[in-house]
Design a protein around this ligand. Structure first.
Ligand code: FES
Length: 93
């Protein structure tokens, strides 16, 4: 089960972006890791050693488990605010 946003809270308008080519929408400024998790994408990369799925863990920039490519640049998804038009991809290891 994917995490859900708390209903009834005021949020900025949703903007569109893509993850692995899939069109998604999330409130502008929401942490990208949160937006991806709420869209059902908790696994953001694979462990280099075992190939097991890895995803956001600390949500504060410490663990590096949320590394993705944002418009071609490696970024920690928990530290990147969602903005319109961003193209997000998993990092190939
Ligand atoms: S979730 Fe730990 S660095 Fe992003």
């Amino acid at each position: 089960m994917s995490p859900r946003r708390i209903p009834g809270l005021a949020r900025p308008a949703a903007v569109s972006f893509t993850f692995e080519g899939e069109a998604l929408a999330a409130p502008a400024g929401e942490p990208l890791a949160t937006a991806l998790a709420c869209a059902g994408h908790a696994a953001l990369r694979a462990s280099p050693a075992a190939g097991t799925p890895r995803g956001a863990f600390c949500f504060m920039g410490s663990c590096q488990e949320c590394l993705v490519l944002v418009d071609g640049v490696p970024r920690q998804a928990c530290l990147v605010p969602v903005r319109a038009g961003m193209a997000v991809w998993r990092v190939a290891l």
